[in-house]
Ligand binder design. Structure first.
Ligand SMILES: [Zn+2]
Length: 466
C-alpha cells in the first residue's frame, strides 16, 4: 500500500532531490512535543484490547466523517454520558468502519491508517468489507503479543520523547508510575490550564476550588489563585513538563490592572461573567501565564480558533472532543497586542502560535513571528495537518518568518499507532518543499540537507527545550 515515493513531487528532478533529503531524516528519532496520548498506556503497559478500541473508538477524525454520512456514534461504540447502551462488539464496529472506508479517500486519515496497518501490523491489503474480518483478525492476533504492548511500540516507533497533556487538577499519577517503574521511555506532561482559567469551562468554579484544595492556597482570592497556578506549574515540571498549552476560542489577550483583574476574577467565580467578560478573563490569564513562564521557563503554546462543542446534541449525549469542534476566523494582530506589549521582546520566552485560520499565516502570523523575539509558529494543525496543509504552511510563512521561526512538527494526536505515520508525512512534505527550492536554485542542496534535519528533529527539540 505504501509507495516509497509517496508525497514527493512527480517531477523527476524534484523527486530525486527529495529522495536524497528524505534518506537522511526518515529514520531520525521522533520528538513529539505536543499530543494527547494517554499516560496510563505507558504506566500500566497493558495490551491494547482490540482493533476497534485501538483505531476507531478514540479517534474523532474517524468517527466525525462517519457521523457526517449518517452513522450513529452509538453504533461505533462511543460511550454516552447517560450510560445508554452503545455497540460493544469490537468486530461489529470494525466492520461498520470498513464499509465506510471509501469516505477517507484522499484524506490524511487514510494515509495514517494505511501506514500504521502496514508498518505496525504487516497488513498489505486495502481495507474493505471483503477484507475487514481478515485484517481484524491479523491486528487482534498481533495485539496479544508482548511486542505490541505500549512500551514496546514506543521503543519500536523510535520515540525519543513524547509529551502528554494534562489539566492542573490531574494528580499525574500515571506519570509518577512511569517514573517509578524504572522504564527509560521519556514521557513528559504538559500543563493545560483551560479548566481553571476559562470561566465558560464546565465546572469552572468547582475546578478552581479543587485547585485550592490541591495546593493549599486560598483560590477564592486573586493572589491565592495565581499562587496555586504557579504551584501546579512547578509540580508539572517535576514530571518533565517543559510547556503549557492554551486552547482558547480566540487569541484575545489582556493586560489589566491588578484591581481590574481581581474584580473580574471575583465576578467569574460568582458565575456572573458575561461572555465578553469571560473572554477578557481568558485573555488576562494568557498574560499571567506568560509572566509565569518568564519565571519558570515553560514554553507557551496558544491553540486558538476552535469553536468547541458546536453541536449541542452531540455535546449533551457524548461530551467534549467528539469531532464537533469547528474552526473559526481568528485575528491575531490586535488580539495579541496586550500580551506582546508586555513580553513580546523577551528573548528568554517562547510563545508558539497555532491557527485553524490559514488566512492569518501570511497576513498576520508570519509577520508577527518574523519580528517578535518571543514568538514562534507552530506547524499546521488539526484540520490542516495534511500534506496540502503542510505545503500551504511552508508556502505562506517562509517568505516572512523563514524556517527558524517555526518549531518542527507536532503530531497532536491521541491515536498512538498513527504517530510514526504523521511524522513520516511531515518529513516527506518538508523534504519535498526543500527539494523544490533546490531545483529552482534558491537553496543549495547541502543547506537543504541541514534544514531537513532541523525541521524533522532539531527545531522541535530546541523550541520545546526537550
Ligand atoms: Zn493538542
Amino acid at each position: 500500500m505504501l509507495h516509497e515515493d509517496r508525497l514527493f513531487a512527480s517531477d523527476p528532478t524534484q523527486r530525486a532531490i527529495a529522495r536524497r533529503l528524505y534518506a537522511q531524516v526518515g529514520t531520525l528519532p521522533i520528538i513529539s512535543p505536543h499530543g494527547h496520548t494517554d499516560p496510563a498506556w505507558f504506566a500500566k503497559n497493558e495490551a491494547f484490547p482490540d482493533p476497534a478500541t485501538l483505531f476507531v473508538v478514540p479517534d474523532h477524525y474517524i468517527y466525525r466523517m462517519l457521523y457526517s454520512q449518517g452513522v450513529r456514534l452509538e453504533d461505533l461504540g462511543i460511550p454516552r454520558k447517560d450510560g445508554a447502551a452503545v455497540e460493544t462488539d469490537s468486530r461489529t464496529i470494525w466492520r461498520r468502519f470498513a464499509v465506510h472506508w471509501h469516505l477517507f479517500r484522499g484524506t490524511p486519515t487514510r494515509l495514517w491508517l494505511e501506514h500504521a496497518l502496514e508498518t505496525v501490523f504487516d497488513v498489505t491489503e486495502r481495507l474493505s468489507p471483503a477484507t475487514a474480518d481478515r485484517i481484524y483478525d491479523q491486528i487482534d492476533e498481533r495485539l496479544r503479543r508482548p511486542e505490541y504492548r505500549p512500551r514496546a511500540l514506543f521503543e519500536r516507533f523510535n520515540i525519543e520523547v513524547i509529551a502528554t497533556t494534562e489539566s492542573p487538577l490531574d494528580p499525574l499519577e500515571h506519570h509518577k508510575a512511569i517514573r517509578e517503574s524504572g522504564w527509560t521511555g521519556r514521557v513528559v506532561t504538559a500543563f493545560r490550564p483551560d479548566p481553571v482559567v476559562d470561566p465558560e469551562f464546565e465546572g469552572f468554579r468547582a475546578n478552581v476550588e479543587r485547585l485550592g484544595a490541591l495546593t493549599g492556597e486560598d483560590t477564592a482570592t486573586w493572589a491565592g489563585y495565581l499562587a496555586a497556578l504557579a504551584n501546579r506549574r512547578r509540580y508539572f515540571m517535576e514530571f518533565g513538563a517543559t510547556s503549557t498549552d492554551h486552547g482558547h476560542p480566540t487569541a484575545a489577550t489582556a493586560d489589566l490592572s491588578r484591581a481590574e483583574a481581581e474584580a473580574l476574577f471575583a465576578k467569574a467565580l460568582r458565575g456572573d461573567a458575561s461572555p465578553a467578560e469571560a473572554e477578557l478573563f481568558r485573555g488576562q490569564m494568557l498574560t499571567e501565564m506568560a509572566r509565569m513562564s518568564l519565571e519558570d521557563g515553560l514554553v507557551m503554546q496558544i491553540h486558538p480558533g476552535s469553536m468547541r462543542n458546536h453541536n449541542p446534541v452531540v455535546f449533551e449525549r457524548f461530551g467534549r472532543d467528539k469531532g464537533a469542534d469547528i474552526p473559526s476566523q481568528t485575528e491575531y494582530v490586535r488580539a495579541l497586542k496586550p500580551l506582546l506589549d508586555r513580553v513580546g521582546n523577551e528573548r528568554d520566552l517562547t510563545i508558539i502560535l497555532f491557527t485553524l485560520d490559514e488566512t492569518s499565516y501570511s497576513r498576520e502570523l508570519a509577520p508577527l513571528a518574523g519580528h517578535y523575539p518571543a514568538l514562534r509558529l507552530g506547524p499546521s494543525w488539526w484540520f490542516h495537518d495534511s500534506p496540502e496543509g503542510m505545503r500551504r504552511f511552508r508556502e505562506m510563512v517562509t517568505e516572512t518568518a523563514g524556517f527558524y521561526n517555526t518549531v518542527g512538527f507536532n503530531d497532536d494526536t491521541r491515536a498512538f499507532c498513527s504517530i510514526p505515520a504523521r511524522h513520516n508525512v511531515a518529513r516527506r512534505i518538508d523534504c519535498g518543499f526543500l527539494a523544490r527550492l533546490v531545483a529552482e536554485h534558491r537553496l543549495d542542496e547541502d543547506e537543504a540537507a541541514d534544514l531537513a534535519v532541523d525541521l524533522a528533529y532539531t527545531l522541535a527539540k530546541k523550541a520545546y527545550k526537550l
